[in-house]
Design a protein around this ligand. Sequence first.
Ligand code: NAD
Length: 362
Amino acid sequence: MNALLQNQLMTELIRPQDIAAIVRKKGMKACLDGVANYILKDYLRWDEFDKSKRIAKYVEDGVMELMPIADKTHYAFKYVNCHPHNPAKGLSTVIAFGALVDVATGMPMAISELTLTTAFRTAATSALAAKYLARKNSRTMALIGNGSQAEFQALAFHYLLGIEEIHLYDKDPKASEKLAGNLAHTGMTFVIASDVASAVKGVDIITTVTAEYAKAHIITPDMIEPGMHINAVGGDSPGKTELHPEILSMGTVFVEFEEQTRIEGELQNVAEDFPVVHLWEVFGKTKPGRSDNNQVTLFDSVGFALEDYSAMLFMRDAAKELGLVQSISLVPELADPKDLFSYLGVVPAIPVLMDRISAEIR
Ligand code: NAD
């Protein structure tokens, strides 16, 4: 077998420790910037993707989902869950991994951790949307829900938008203290609030990133002030939302992929024909984003496969650039591509067979 083919048969492996090494070498800002740029570039070629909503298996305590997407070169998918009771069992609420496949041959080119990468892509998408939708001079944000995703959200808004002051609220005060401690080195100001209403009062942007299987009303209409941008991240599954439905009628709702958001996002609580604008149209400037400083804008984030594909590619490219990629054997290496059986090594060697045949002839 020639070396080129042998190489093609190997699959690149990107592990959580590789993501940590990429971040330590490149820095958090460069990684969030990089992921956001890859996502934007892919949103700008929206029509080139074969898109579908995710395939979900709902169980009593959570959901498991497959998220496929393809263009002419790559087929990619992510597996992701959401099990809000996991932290009590010592596990993260959201766990993910995925693969990148060569469309021309179907060969798995890379397998990647996507738990950390999901946090990067969700935060980068939120900040990217806010760049187009929030008021230009936004400096303050309320961050409701201070679990695993929250630091990534805070940093994306700091580095990509210039948010300097964040009001934190979590029903678990230890989560807010953890966040303020983890990001103390950034120089941002963190104010831990005693309730949601005081956290959101007077801010430019509200981010909700809570995990609870309920149609919760964490943000109510009385909390919304003219010009606010709402980045609703935690409501991403049927029966799991964060906003009072009347909030959607207070402004314009922006979505990633309408077909999916209508089932999973805040949109599930309003009429089926409730008007929405796609992010790709705003990014491509075919539809307006914010019209004036008093408009309320709402990004109904649920997470779309395109963002996972873009983020996985960024991390894979960064791992390659930094010499971090390891290859694993996932596909059997065959001398004859039609002879899969021989790979098992259970067929007797040829000389033994010949001896047996000639013995039978005699
Ligand atoms: P997590 O369990 O680590 O953190 C969630 C936090 O929310 C916890 O600290 C919890 O105490 C807090 N919380 C729950 N209910 C609350 C309430 N009523 N008020 C205030 N705080 C509350 O989970 P995570 O990994 O940070 O994910 C958060 C949510 O984001 C999940 O629902 C997940 O499904 C969703 N998510 C969405 C996307 C997307 O693309 N839209 C991507 C990743 C995760």
